[in-house]
Design a protein. Structure first.
Length: 324
């Protein structure tokens, strides 16, 4: 069976630990190849405690998938004194290489999907990587221009119109064309997920969805025309709805997904329901990519207490989506 690829994430964070714990978890069913640093993984298992033997391999087809062993495509050879829980340019640059290798493998069909452990945006910048995060890296590597981030758990699915921008520039970036593109991406993703006629709610930008222009014109002039255009295409979209209630309505089953206008508007309700059960899915890529719903957690890196549940959830979603 073609394996899933897991990029190890930032070597100074909890990525190595949760990668090992996820690989050792008996609930995992799909074969996995890790892209990362064998030395870092070996040192991480001193506190992860999985007892896995780290086995460097030169290519995916050399993976043995032997119980008690983790197959690793080595993309770095970081020094043994690299500190846990600290920003480091070397770790930032290496984390980019892991993702790049995974994307290339996925594009060539050598792996079923790419599952990513957390990277650190500031470490990327220190490592002179000109991307703010995974979504932008993968879009650039694959040549994708029509993409979006979906955050999901068992109760809520949210797709973002804007992602890693300041709030001021996110508002300036909203336009009807982008709004409609994200509604289409959400619709296609839900169809692939098995929903025959998905119901998509679009969150308003302003309080009370602008109150017919009293609290801002964006909901009337930008968002509503996109919703109307989507409905004209046969998509069951509605809104803009007041953002302070639409996520609650979706959680109660009224909608299958919510399109949110900016990062925190959409991610706060998902993460409030439990980071450990969330998963990040990039829509629009020519391959399946899922990720954890949390960061590098430098404050607990090296302590052995990191929870791999979100990575296991990401692996499960990657397996299901790539099967479809």
């Amino acid at each position: 069976m073609i394996p899933l690829a897991v990029s190890m994430g930032d070597a100074c964070g909890i990525g190595p630990e949760i990668t090992l714990k996820a690989c050792a978890d008996p609930s995992r069913t799909a074969p996995v190849v890790v892209i990362g640093d064998p030395g870092v993984l070996t040192r991480a298992d001193r506190f992860a405690g999985t007892g896995l033997a780290v086995r460097p391999i030169p290519s995916v087809d050399r993976a043995a998938h032997t119980p008690g062993t983790v197959d690793v495509l080595a993309e770095s050879d970081l020094p043994a004194d690299l500190p846990w829980g600290a920003l480091d340019a070397r770790a930032g640059a290496a984390s980019f290489r892991y993702v790049r290798r995974g994307a290339l493998l996925a594009l060539r069909g050598e792996v079923r999907a790419l599952v990513t452990a957390p990277i650190n945006k500031e470490a990327l910048r220190l490592g002179r990587i000109p991307h703010p995060g995974h979504t932008e890296i993968l879009a650039d590597l694959s040549g994708t221009t029509d993409f979006a981030m979906m955050m999901a758990n068992d109760e809520l699915r949210v797709v973002l119109v804007t992602v890693h921008r300041s709030l001021r520039t996110a508002i300036d970036a909203l336009d009807t064309e982008r709004e409609l593109a994200v509604i289409r991406l959400a619709h296609r993703a839900l169809l692939r997920g098995g929903r025959a006629a998905p119901r998509i709610a679009v969150a308003g930008l302003n309080p009370h969805a602008g109150e017919n222009g009293m609290f801002g014109r964006e909901d009337v002039d930008v968002i509503a025309p996109a919703v109307a255009a989507a409905r004209h295409e046969g998509i069951r979209a509605s809104g803009p709805w007041p953002a302070d209630t639409v996520f609650m309505r979706a959680r109660a089953g009224e909608f299958d997904a919510v399109v949110a206008q900016y990062h925190d508007q959409g991610l706060i309700p998902v993460k409030y329901l439990g980071i450990e059960h969330g998963v990040n899915i990039t829509l629009g890529l020519p391959f399946v990519r899922t990720s954890v719903d949390h960061g590098t957690a430098f404050d607990i890196a090296g302590l052995g207490s990191a929870d791999p549940t979100s990575l296991l959830t990401a692996l499960r979603h990657a397996e299901q989506l790539s099967a479809r």
